[in-house]
Design a protein around this ligand. Structure first.
Ligand code: NAP
Length: 382
């Protein structure tokens, strides 16, 4: 029986993981769960799975959860909070498998500590690979433990690599649905609403990754994640727009042969007569080009890419900036970031905080500008 800790149990990936566990009784036990602010779901999950430890983001929420558990007659579950609590979930001595599915850099420290504690990690949180992939993969190699990609594209590559060795790989092809704005003219990007951007044509996911899919930044993050996971150069990782999303990824070997992974997720696989591929439009979706730039530079540039994107997406979702301004914020922050290597998680978190602050300033300037408060010639994009 596998003993599992889930980081981000209340999210889309976390809930799917628990559905899988539910479907295979006797094969898995849930040791520890980490949630953010969704107390209602966290309470239901603890009542159902009786983990030894649960963690939530805020101290006051931990107190509320303790009281609710007591009132509902659940005992023996320790309730922790904050980043210390998340790290304890990630490193719980009884867990042998950790699912990393917190969104954003909030999951970084816990994911790294899980790897350092010798756990096998199932990796959904791509942002932590973008920000700290070099350190995380080096630590996993030191521990002799695999990092198992949960993201469908990287999982597909992982599976195709059973057909050949990594030294025999010429390049890999990550497929992209193209998002909801594949056929939308760029001239209309400034009027895209939050509702339109959240309506992904293919996948139902959390809010940040859905917006990242609409800007193609999600694909850019996947390029960086693939470089770090499979130790490939950015030029060896190609993106192909494939609107049917039936092929999740392909691996091209040095002899010219290509292995593709098709996955049965729903009835779309029945329609194999229509499989289209097209190159991505980097001019229309500059986030992908910015991600390639950060993939090559690594270190502080990758950290800045993720931090600026996290801030810009949140600002778009809050109605503070327009859809087309997400790219402007990220590009500005990236241009201001020096290309330096970061040798510890502490330095990565410091660089992350700096890039976030810079991104908040850009957001503020852009929203002031739209409100007509303080024109800023330094920022283009109206
Ligand atoms: N969804 C997919 O199909 C998919 C596919 C591939 C990769 N991914 C990646 O998987 C990760 C999760 O995506 P998702 O779609 O599942 O996101 P989501 O639905 O937004 O869930 C995010 C999870 O992170 C938790 N969280 C947020 N801030 C936290 C904090 N400070 N401390 C502890 N927990 C915190 C949330 O808790 P609360 O809800 O309780 O606040 C929730 O459990 C992302 O990195 C995404 O890029 C997702």
């Amino acid at each position: 029986m596998r003993s599992i800790s889930i980081l981000g149990s209340t999210g889309s990936i976390g809930r799917s993981t628990l559905n899988v566990v539910e479907s295979y009784p006797g094969r898995f036990q849930i040791v520890a769960l980490a949630a953010g602010r969704n107390l209602e779901t966290a309470l239901q999950q603890v009542q159902r799975w009786k983990p030894r430890l649960v963690s939530v983001a805020a101290e006051k929420d931990a107190e509320t959860l303790r009281k609710s558990l007591k009132a509902s007659g659940v005992s023996g579950v320790e309730v922790a909070y904050g980043s210390t609590g998340t790290v304890r979930v990630a490193t719980h001595p009884d867990a042998d498998f950790v699912v990393s599915a917190i969104v954003g850099v909030a999951g970084l420290e816990a994911t790294y500590e899980a790897v350092r504690a010798g756990k096998t990690v199932g990796l959904a949180n791509k942002e932590c690979m973008v920000a700290a992939g070099e350190l995380i993969t080096a630590e996993a190699r030191r521990q002799g433990k695999p990092l198992l990609p949960i993201d469908s594209e990287h999982n597909a590559v992982h599976q195709c690599l059973r057909g050949g060795r990594i030294e025999e790989v010429e390049r890999i092809w990550l497929t992209a649905s193209g998002g909801p704005f594949r056929n939308t003219p760029k001239s209309e990007f400034s009027s895209i609403s939050v509702e339109q951007a959240l309506a992904h044509p293919t996948w139902k996911m959390g809010r940040r990754i859905t917006i990242d899919s609409a800007t193609l930044m999600n694909k850019g993050f996947e390029v960086i994640e693939a470089c770090r996971l499979f130790d490939l150069k950015p030029e060896q990782v190609k993106v192909l727009v494939h609107p049917q999303s039936t092929i999740h990824s392909m691996v091209e070997f040095v002899d010219g042969s290509i292995l593709a992974q098709f996955s049965v997720t729903d009835m779309r696989l029945m329609d194999l007569r229509h499989i289209e591929f097209a190159p991505p439009d980097m001019e229309k979706f500059p986030c992908l080009a910015l991600a390639y730039e950060a993939a090559g530079a690594g270190g502080a540039k990758s950290v800045a890419l993720n931090a600026a994107d996290e801030v810009a997406v949140a600002a778009f979702l809050d109605g503070r900036i327009r859809f087309d301004q997400i790219t402007i914020v990220i590009e500005k922050v990236l241009n201001e970031t020096k290309s330096v290597k970061l040798e510890s998680i502490k330095r990565i978190l410091e660089a992350d905080a700096g890039a976030r602050k810079a991104a908040q300033e850009k957001v503020q300037q852009l929203s002031n500008r739209s409100a007509g408060l303080r024109p800023s010639p330094a920022l283009r994009g109206d």
